[in-house]
Write a protein that binds this ligand. Sequence first.
Ligand SMILES: Nc1nc2c(ncn2[C@@H]2O[C@H](COP(=O)(O)OP(=O)(O)O)[C@@H](O)[C@H]2O)c(=O)[nH]1
Ligand SMILES: [Mg+2]
Ligand SMILES: [Zn+2]
Length: 296
Amino acid sequence: MIRGTIIKGISGFYYVKTGADVRTCKARGIFKKDGSIPLVGDEVTIRMREEDEGLVERILPRRNEFVRPPIANIDLFIAVVALANPSPNPEILDRFLVTAEAAGVNAVVCVNKTDLSGGRDYMETVYAPIYPTVFVSAKTGEGTERLRSLMHNRRVAFAGPSGVGKTCLIKRFVADEALITGEVSERTGRGRHTTRHVEIFDTDFGAAIYDTPGYTAFEGATSLAADARLDAYFPEIGFASEGCRFDDCRHMNEPGCAVTAALRDGLIAKSRYESYARLLSETERRTSEERRRKTK
Ligand SMILES: Nc1nc2c(ncn2[C@@H]2O[C@H](COP(=O)(O)OP(=O)(O)O)[C@@H](O)[C@H]2O)c(=O)[nH]1
Ligand SMILES: [Mg+2]
Ligand SMILES: [Zn+2]
């Protein structure tokens, strides 16, 4: 029995890093039966069946897990947007941040492509008071030192829409850059490469970095428990809600709501409140659908 970490999973095969080796493994059918499908980032035990093929036997308990991106066992979630091309989409960003909050994982907001022209003020004003917010350029290297210092000895996931520069940024930190660039020519035969699967890369400063595909659509980027208090996942809204008259205030039209008051006073950003309101109505709709299905 050998212990290792799943660093990649493609069409039924899992690549398990055990020390310096990477072993190709299949998962046992049992995983499909009990619904626990191995995720990239899982600590597993494997058994070699043949010289070059092993079996994933057991998934060790997870510290955390995500549906989108499908990963496990991270310490830090880096939500990446670009200053321009594509310009930031606050709603997608807020959904990623809620995903991190719901899993109890620290988040960083990373604004890439600072070499392009585009206003920093919005990102700075809205996000810097709530999350560590770094401005970087994968192209020039600006700001990457600060980002590196946040990642030391942690397992870090880069997530965000396609095209914001996640893979380019990761190349700045990965020790064996050939790992990524090699894949570019091999898989697409072109200079431009789009990440299609999750993969973990090692660095020489103790961080393990998860590259993930982008999600342009919303695709349920968050799958929240129906009973979750959504306001707790927006730190500034959760903070303001302590002043609401009613404990179960939804912060929509309730009397004595401190959140809508803070919104009027400009203490809560309009786009953040809109993200909250949209997620709230989605969550409530899902909850009532589930209830209807159960009573049928
Ligand atoms: N100008 C500029 N372009 C960048 C920067 N980082 C990435 N890009 C470009 O953005 C595109 C998408 O990059 P990629 O890393 O594949 O994005 P991903 O989909 O988030 O992994 C590529 O054409 C990159 O060359 C940057 O800092 N500045
Ligand atoms: Mg990519
Ligand atoms: Zn309220």
